[in-house]
Design a protein around this ligand. Sequence first.
Ligand SMILES: Cc1cc2nc3c(=O)[nH]c(=O)nc-3n(C[C@H](O)[C@H](O)[C@H](O)COP(=O)(O)OP(=O)(O)OC[C@H]3O[C@@H](n4cnc5c(N)ncnc54)[C@H](O)[C@@H]3O)c2cc1C
Length: 493
Amino acid sequence: MGAGSAGWLTALALNTHCGFLKIRLIRPSRGSPIGVGESTQSDLILLLQAARIDLPSFYEACHATMKCGIFYTDWNEIGKHYWHPFSDLDLGTFASPASFYSVAHHYQQMILRAGKYRHTQYYKSVHTSYETCVRKKQVAPESAVAFHVDAHEITKYLERHLVAVEVLDANDLDVKVKDGRVDCIVLDGSRTVKSDLYVDCSGFARAIHRRVAEPDIVDYEANVNRAVAAQVPYVDIEKEITPYTGAHAHKHGWTWSIPLQSRIGSGYVYHGDFCSADEAETDFRQHWGIERMKDVEVAHIRFDSPTLRNPWVENVVAIGLSAGFVEPLEATGLNWTITSGQTLYEAIAARYYDRDTSAKYNFNMLGYVYDVQDFIDAHYKLSARRDSEFWKYQTSRAYPERLEHRLALYAKEMPCDANRLKTTPWAFHELSWIDILNGYNFRYAQLDVGPMQMQAAEEQLREIASKPRRGIGPLECVLPPTTSGKRGAQILM
Ligand SMILES: Cc1cc2nc3c(=O)[nH]c(=O)nc-3n(C[C@H](O)[C@H](O)[C@H](O)COP(=O)(O)OP(=O)(O)OC[C@H]3O[C@@H](n4cnc5c(N)ncnc54)[C@H](O)[C@@H]3O)c2cc1C
């Protein structure tokens, strides 16, 4: 149930991987899709490829642009920036057979040991995409990529593509429950829909799941819980279009910028305890310029709905905003949905499920949620900003012990294959952790690394420095060749 991105992407994943299913999608007239969620990760491309969707036609229909990473401004200190790329594909090659020491690890070790290495030079030295994407605003062919997409167009496109999915429009819905399970859903008082499994994609309403279970909530203190969002017109598209998502920190939160072919998707994210809706809207309009924003309507969004520990209960699975959400930073919303869809189709591929299946699903998804929360929290906890009550609070408050433990471990050993705290699923790659931690001048202990490994890494640094920085126009659709090709196989984030 639900016709937002989560409803359609879950239908796509199930239809692609569980061909035996008969899928019906209930599109309620009540409420409407949230209309944000436009910066994606590489897994969307992989799902589209697996579904044999023609990527150029999807790209055109969804007014898409290419995304090679996220560019952070003013997060650690005002006036400073850092780059979180989808990893350059060559970087997955570790510098030695001992797979814990890559060139990214080496650069950080050399910051400690040799004067010529600096945090601010890290991105330029280690990621060839820095110069191409950030300096020249072009797509780096060697970088893994994702799309920026128009949130309304993606659902329309998927509806046109998924002809095997029956769409049931309904003004009125009555979820009938028997013995703690959904028995059926009655549409408009007359049509009865009965199913083996009900997927609740009704957004924050959580319309089915709430009927069968008390929400079992993940204990989490959000850094931000409100947004002012708008579709911002370009003033000078040539200058403003970027092959990355922008994340610009402010006194009370931060602004996202998602350049599409026709406009910029943007929003100001803040915490209601530190900033009123009016103040946020004023700050947001000022960020883009009063003149540009004079005819632009903004939407005020609250996202303080809790995340579930038990998204799968009996014959109901909550996916999308109904299951939970952390915040827009790092574009985890659609990735969370796609990860849920994947975990679900793997769970039911055998055409059977029971309580063990749902327990395992919930356990795996909780691992994913913890990874996302830790990664997001690190951006706030480690910031050097103290210029407002918001930043003073976020940088001094208590964070989960899990994150403290993880950061202590990373300080000692650096993020690497060998010290993965959990196995599956893993939301962010270790190289992403290194990129982010570097943005906050994180200090590591000296690792015990042999001269051979050092030498191999130095050679790789020289090779990176000598590589041509070829760029491709920001609007050109640069596609991974095949799912089994180099790009598709090595997408890291
Ligand atoms: C401020 C903000 C910014 C975000 N930015 C990003 C981003 O950049 N990248 C990213 O990946 N994700 C982002 N997300 C998350 C992303 O928007 C969602 O993951 C995605 O849109 C999926 O939403 P959904 O389909 O679960 O819910 P919705 O889009 O809200 O759809 C819910 C569906 O349920 C229906 N419905 C509503 N009420 C009821 C009811 N009472 N009964 C039955 N049905 C009902 C609606 O009609 C609709 O069809 C963002 C989220 C927020 C809040």
